[in-house]
Design a protein around this ligand. Sequence first.
Ligand SMILES: Cc1cc2nc3c(=O)[nH]c(=O)nc-3n(C[C@H](O)[C@H](O)[C@H](O)COP(=O)(O)OP(=O)(O)OC[C@H]3O[C@@H](n4cnc5c(N)ncnc54)[C@H](O)[C@@H]3O)c2cc1C
Length: 393
Amino acid sequence: MGSRSPRWSTVPGVADILILGGGFGGLETSNRLRSALGDAHNITVIDRRDRFTIGAAKLWHIAGLRSLDDSTRPLSALRERGIDYIEADIDGIEPDTRTVRTSAGSHRADFLVIALGASFFPAHVEELRPPAYNLYDPGSVRDIRAALEPLDEGRIAVTIMGLPYKCPPAPYEAAFLIDQYLREQGRRDRVELEVYTVQPSPLPVAGPEASRRVAETLGSRGIALYSEHEPARIDSEGHEIHFANGHRAGFDLLLGVPKHVAPKVVAESRLAGPKGWITTDPSTLLTEFERVYAIGDCTSIPNAVGEIPKAGVFAEAQGRVVADRIIADIGDGDGPTFDGLGYCFLEFAGGEAAKIEGDFLAEPRPDVSLVGPNAAIFRDKETFVSERLDAWL
Ligand SMILES: Cc1cc2nc3c(=O)[nH]c(=O)nc-3n(C[C@H](O)[C@H](O)[C@H](O)COP(=O)(O)OP(=O)(O)OC[C@H]3O[C@@H](n4cnc5c(N)ncnc54)[C@H](O)[C@@H]3O)c2cc1C
């Protein structure tokens, strides 16, 4: 099929497809391409990490529900699926020539897919020193668990430090799961649990109903919610958060969610939009550069209330579209478009989860609704996690 498409091919009939990032978006794209394309075409994934860990499982580990080892797989397993994997730091992207500079040399491609995710705002990371931890950092998960286990009394503060941040429900899920864990341990009455957010309500992106349900559930479980609380400074040594509105709050354990920023290599490239994120065509996910696609958390796709949430389900759905577009392009077709349909799980603990689902690109506002919570949706979430790991690695 490739021999009919010399316009994309450096070597006639052979497409070199380079995928930057082996996370949700990159793993879906590479695996889907490999299942559809013959061995003639080269598919390569570059990532600085040697393992993929699914986000939801980090919270299960913290709450003592499941070991992290059950939800992490080595990226080298891609090779057994006929996908080249290079463990390297990506230092430069030249989109006009589809050339990438890495710690393992330079690579040039016929198709380039950028799926580099989001990074943490360095100044926020700097502030998170024990007993304050980065809730979203895979490297902190075991430390958080170790700090939570002996905590017999005191205050735990889950703190959203700035916008945007990925998986908007995750900090609330963390609070629900920790609440459940402490109740099971018989320690909940001695530990105060608080959630601080910079936003006016828990989940503006998911609509008022989802926000109301989250706020109600927090209240019913004795978890205090402080909205419009932006930390000006976190004093880890003094165990105190200083908020921009003048409020101060003490803590014995702080789980912070730093503001997210575009990865440095993206922000410094010609792909960067005004805030560093990549602007892609919301339907085709093409950048302004020929045969250069961008998907997932490193992009900013505007919608009626801001932007499409940074979440694995969207990175994956976009990866599917991009893989199918590349397959179609190699075969001289048109390929599908991204429609903004998707869902996010919202785990309420106790084996129950809800789903916020609908059209996140609808106008004049996202047309999404909250379904559940119930045990069936929680089982869907468990299946979602195990199916992804088995399908990709
Ligand atoms: C606690 C938690 C719970 C979550 N729960 C859910 C959930 O239930 N459902 C859901 O849909 N989403 C969830 N998410 C969000 C989800 O994990 C992300 O939105 C998703 O991983 C984004 O996919 P991506 O492909 O855009 O980026 P990522 O999966 O982050 O992958 C990006 C990859 O690029 C690599 N990379 C970046 N820069 C470089 C560089 N310069 N050189 C080399 N490699 C580089 C990184 O190492 C990384 O592997 C959760 C996240 C967290 C933290």
